[in-house]
Ligand binder design. Structure first.
Ligand code: AMP
Ligand code: TRP
Length: 333
């Protein structure tokens, strides 16, 4: 069955291994499956929900686009664009924010985490962030949304918003209710410093993550310093579950090698961490160096990147503006 795919990544710098394994690598696989129509968006409007330096933001929009292209996304096959170039996202977001309920947004755990203790000081944008995300998805009649596990709740909200719009305006099936595509294994890569915390762009310590543009030496030293425990490597899945750092490193190894955890366990159980870490560094270098090299080359040509985004935006606009016009008619404008 052909799928309509939409997903987005925020251009907030420090793209890391979690973004790669949890999202971008899957974008490429979906693009290369026959018949899928894929749209991948650099969600710069979302980035504004937390404080951004305008010069850095521009650089990061291009960097995220370069990461897409370097990982194997093809702008001829997929639509690649940045959100702020397509006005319908903002317009659709307003229409949907009048459908979404405060009570629904109040349950969003990402807002609670990002807003921290002082909720009063968080931007209104951060609060309604999931409504903009719903607009992104719904404007394109998306059937499937590939994301990491952390976005599951936002996807459920998007489904609720679509259903309520259809119901409130007696427009059955007008907004298509999308399905999340979350990989069962390895959809959550954890910090290298704490196996119970998500690997994240915003962690102040660079040693908590492998960045897509890390060079070989940084990869080796980050893996060497990655937190472990003092026991030999686990023998089975049960034991692995109780040792979050080992589980995370085994997960990274398995996913980059496209093999299941059992195979990795068989390969390394009972051995010591240092031996495994050497193998893991080698694998990371093998898989990520070509990506970071390509990223560097692509980033040298900002005009090329801007042209890719502009072309993508024109194609996206043709679809999204039609949908927003229909939405406006339905609500009575
Ligand atoms: P963000 O960096 O928040 O814009 O996320 C972009 C994509 O990467 C989303 O699909 C996230 O679910 C995914 N992602 C972010 N961090 C991780 C992580 N630590 N493990 C797996 N996927 C992640
Ligand atoms: N909220 C997503 C994240 O932080 C990014 C995003 C914005 C997105 N709009 C989207 C993901 C639409 C999928 C579909 O990871």
């Amino acid at each position: 069955m052909s799928k309509k795919i939409f997903s987005g990544v925020q251009p907030t710098g420090n793209l890391h291994l979690g973004n790669y394994i949890g999202a971008i690598r899957n974008f490429v696989d979906l693009q290369n499956e026959d018949q899928n129509e894929c749209i991948y968006c650099v969600v710069d409007l979302h980035a504004l929900t937390t404080k951004q330096d305008p010069v850095a933001l521009k650089k990061n929009i291009r960097e995220t686009t370069a990461a897409f292209l370097a990982s194997g996304l093809d702008y001829k096959k997929s639509i690649i664009f940045n959100q702020s170039l397509v006005k319908s996202h903002s317009e659709g977001s307003w229409l949907l924010s009048c459908v979404a309920r405060m009570g629904w947004l109040n349950r969003m755990t990402q807002f609670k985490e990002k807003a921290g203790k002082d909720k009063e000081k968080a931007s209104v944008g951060l609060y309604i962030y999931p409504v903009l995300m719903a607009a992104d998805i719904l404007l394109y009649d998306t059937t499937h949304v590939p994301v990491g596990e952390d976005q599951k709740q936002h996807l459920e909200l998007c489904r609720d918003i679509a259903q309520k719009f259809n119901l409130d305006f007696k427009a059955p099936n007008f907004l298509r209710v999308p399905e999340p595509l979350i990989k069962k294994n390895f959809s959550r890569i954890m910090s290298l410093k704490d196996g119970t915390k998500k690997m994240s762009k915003s962690d102040p310590s660079d040693f908590s993550r492998i960045n897509l543009n890390d060079d070989k030496d940084s990869i080796v030293s980050k893996i060497k310093k990655a937190k472990t425990d003092n026991h030999p490597l686990p023998e089975n899945q049960e034991e692995l579950k109780k040792r979050p750092e080992a589980e995370n490193l085994f997960g990274i190894y398995s996913s980059l090698n496209n093999q299941d955890l059992t195979k990795t366990l068989n390969e390394f159980s009972g051995r010591n961490f240092s031996e495994f870490k050497n193998k893991l560094s080698d694998l990371l270098i093998e898989k990520l160096s070509p990506v970071s090299q390509k990223m560097k080359n692509i980033q040298k040509d900002s005009k090329y990147i801007d042209d890719v985004l502009k072309e993508g935006a024109e194609r996206a606009n043709a679809i999204a503006s039609k949908k927003v016009d229909e939405m406006k008619k339905i609500v009575g404008f």
